[in-house]
Design a protein around this ligand. Structure first.
Ligand SMILES: Nc1ncnc2c1ncn2[C@@H]1O[C@H](COP(=O)(O)OP(=O)(O)OP(=O)(O)O)[C@@H](O)[C@H]1O
Length: 262
């Protein structure tokens, strides 16, 4: 049985990330003073054009990079400074499944528990439980090369959920799958995230996906400037087309579209 976890709030204040290009020495402002607050257990989708700083934000949230300015607090702690605290509390799903080819599906799913020092019998039973929830119990002993892309992504999702993370981050997790598989996995992911009580952020290029999954859609312009912060429940289904068009227009002009003001 999945335990409902406490979820964690994410507070981003004045966040800045600047890179210096090795070749030219030029500075690239990947994130320019971002303010964003995400409530515990909220599910938000981030959309933005390529290069607007979405993946950089994830690297900062995971604690792989330190901010150049401002701060990120997750449950009051800093992901970069308190890296060890977040082990097993933040889980990620990427476009590439990043499974270890020499480990079976079961052994891939139980890996985060192994790293956290959970006893082996418990690792296995929890991993198997999550493979079952993703409909893969018959493939527990299969190796990644023996699985389809959709099945591998299910294994990656099981591996993310097995630690019952307070924070779930998905970066284009369904973008490479065919539409039917993507829609099915996306629905599964959202259901599991809600059951688990995780706070979840999904990066997506697909507006349909953003509208389908998010409580909120955050639209990034250049350097992660906030073009819009939309509460999806404010938009009845009959107006989703207008919503899509308004987000698209904002992305194209790099400015908030007037139709998004509610
Ligand atoms: N390690 C790095 N060194 C130098 N520049 C970087 C580095 N990482 C990212 N950048 C730059 O920062 C900007 C934001 O990149 P980022 O990968 O966060 O964008 P993105 O929104 O995730 O794009 P995409 O949708 O294509 O994945 C880009 O201009 C990129 O070239």
């Amino acid at each position: 049985m999945a335990r409902m976890n406490e979820g964690m709030a994410i507070d981003i204040a004045g966040l800045r990330k600047v890179f210096r290009q090795t070749s030219s020495g030029d500075e690239i402002v990947a994130i320019n003073r971002l303010d964003l607050t995400i409530a515990p257990r909220e599910l938000i989708a981030i959309v933005g054009q390529t290069g607007c700083g979405k993946s950089t934000l994830f690297d900062l949230l995971i604690g792989l990079e330190a901010p150049s300015g401002g701060a990120i607090r997750i449950g009051g702690k800093a992901p970069f400074g308190d890296f060890d605290y977040f082990r097993g509390r933040i889980a990620t799903v990427f476009q590439q499944d990043r499974l270890l080819p020499w480990r079976s599906a079961l052994d891939n799913v139980r890996l985060p528990l192994e790293l956290a020092g959970v006893p082996e019998a418990e690792q296995k039973s929890r991993a198997l439980d999550w493979l079952k929830r993703l409909g893969l119990e018959r493939f527990a002993n299969a190796y990644p090369r023996e699985l389809s892309g959709g099945m591998r992504q299910r294994v990656a999702i099981a591996r993310a959920f097995v630690v019952q993370p307070a924070i779930l981050l998905a970066d284009e997790a369904f973008g490479h799958l065919d539409e039917v598989t993507a829609a099915e996995l996306r629905t599964k992911f959202v259901t599991l995230a809600r059951e688990s009580g995780s706070t979840a952020i999904l990066i997506t290029h697909q507006l349909e996906e953003a509208i389908a999954v998010g409580d909120r859609i955050v639209v990034f312009g250049k350097s992660a400037s906030l073009l819009a912060d939309i509460r999806v429940s404010d938009w009845p289904a009959a107006e989703h087309r207008t919503l899509r068009e308004a987000i698209q227009a904002s992305l194209q002009s790099n400015a908030p579209d007037a139709r998004l003001r509610r």
